[in-house]
Design a binder for this molecule. Structure first.
Ligand code: SF4
Length: 369
């Protein structure tokens, strides 16, 4: 696989015949001049072929499929049943990701393991116009990066430029791009706006090195965050998944201290915290694909949503410590929220319990004038 630490190039591009003349397809192929191309009429046959291979996840990352999004591009973030959500909407432009984190939930989404870009973006703009018109009387948080990394393919698609240009005019929308990469060249070329949040997923150095294969180091991510902040964007941060091991607290403290000494805390839109959680079928996949990882061996319970997560007192300890480090080094003004957690854990770790996702949404809103 051609997967540099920050730039990905596929071994081959498959273009669905009906998508070959679309402008995004042409742009992508122009950005991949040396990569072989095959026009196919039945993507499902290719998907089934890759699914039958020994490691479909690994093989799927080698190949890029350009096709149409046949359903809607915009969906409410599924969050997880029984826990407090944050009223987030996601845009599904890309599916799958060239990085290879051991804990990545996409490894269980084997209906299509190929890295897939939905190239019918004209439909996206139309759908967005209608969607935002319907919601024009309320503030919205919307982003990409749910079924992949928002910037990992950006040197190929240049989608960030178009998305930022579209959303910068939408004054009731907070638009977020979420990444672990340093692929920020296009971001640095577009005009920033107050409602555009560029976010990084961070972890301890140990987890980043051992369990986030292909991702830039934590220091490189923090440096990229500083550069987009200097350019004038707002910054989001996601410590997710937080993972326990001997010495975790000191390791997370070190990263948070370095982060909050490097970037201006008053320009941080939000920080989310989420602890390791996974559906049971992911465990054997992690075991097989990452035989040396230790992250799946700890005191877990099965949560109300069926996912495996740390025993409650352990989650409480993780969030309390990490929120404490953020307050110590960045002050108490940075909005911190918990991803997929119960009201009880909110109350015990952050000192308040939202009455529902609307309250989380308004807590995370900031003035856009
Ligand atoms: S960066 Fe995100 S989407 Fe990509 S492999 Fe890691 S967890 Fe999965």
């Amino acid at each position: 696989m051609i997967m540099a630490r920050s730039k990905y190039y596929p071994k081959k591009v498959y273009v669905e015949a009906g998508s070959r003349d679309l402008s995004l397809t042409k742009r992508i192929l122009k950005n991949l001049p040396k990569v072989p191309i095959e026009i196919i009429s039945r993507p499902q046959e290719l998907i089934e072929k890759v699914k039958a291979l020994k490691d479909p996840v690994e093989d799927g990352k080698r190949h890029l499929l350009l096709t149409r999004q046949k359903g809607g591009f915009i969906k409410p973030c599924p969050c997880t049943p029984q826990y407090i959500g944050c009223n987030y909407y996601i845009i599904n432009l890309d599916l799958n990701c060239p990085l290879d984190c051991s804990y990545c939930i996409l490894q269980t989404y084997l209906t299509n393991p190929l890295i897939t870009i939905h190239v019918n973006v004209k439909d996206l703009w139309k759908q967005l116009d209608i969607f935002l018109h319907k919601k024009k009387h309320r503030a919205l948080r919307i982003g990409t990066g749910e079924l992949g990394d928002s910037l990992a393919l950006d040197h190929i698609t240049e989608n960030s430029r178009d998305l930022v240009s579209y959303f910068r005019r939408k004054k009731n929308v907070y638009f977020e791009l979420k990444t672990k990469t340093t692929n920020i060249e296009n971001i640095l070329k577009v005009e920033p706006a107050r409602n555009i949040v560029i976010s990084w997923s961070l972890n301890s150095h140990k987890i980043a090195q051992e369990d986030e294969k292909g991702a830039p180091s934590v220091d490189e991510r923090i440096d990229a965050a500083r550069r987009v902040l200097d350019k004038g964007f707002w910054l989001g941060l996601h410590f997710d998944p937080i993972i326990r091991y001997s010495g975790w607290a000191d390791d997370y403290k070190e990263v948070i201290k370095k982060l909050l000494k490097t970037v201006d805390p008053s320009r941080i839109a939000w920080i989310s915290l989420g602890s390791l959680r996974f559906p049971p079928p992911l465990k054997p996949i992690i075991k097989k694909r990452f035989p040396t990882t230790k992250i799946i061996y700890d005191e877990f319970i099965q949560g109300k949503d069926g996912k495996i997560r740390y025993f409650k007192p352990l989650r409480f300890e993780l969030y309390s410590e990490i929120a404490g480090f953020i307050k110590k080094y960045g002050g108490s003004e940075i909005p911190i929220y918990l991803c997929m957690e119960s009201g009880e854990i909110w109350e015990r770790t952050l000192g308040w319990k939202p009455q529902g996702k609307e309250q989380v949404e308004s807590y995370l809103s900031f003035p856009l004038d």
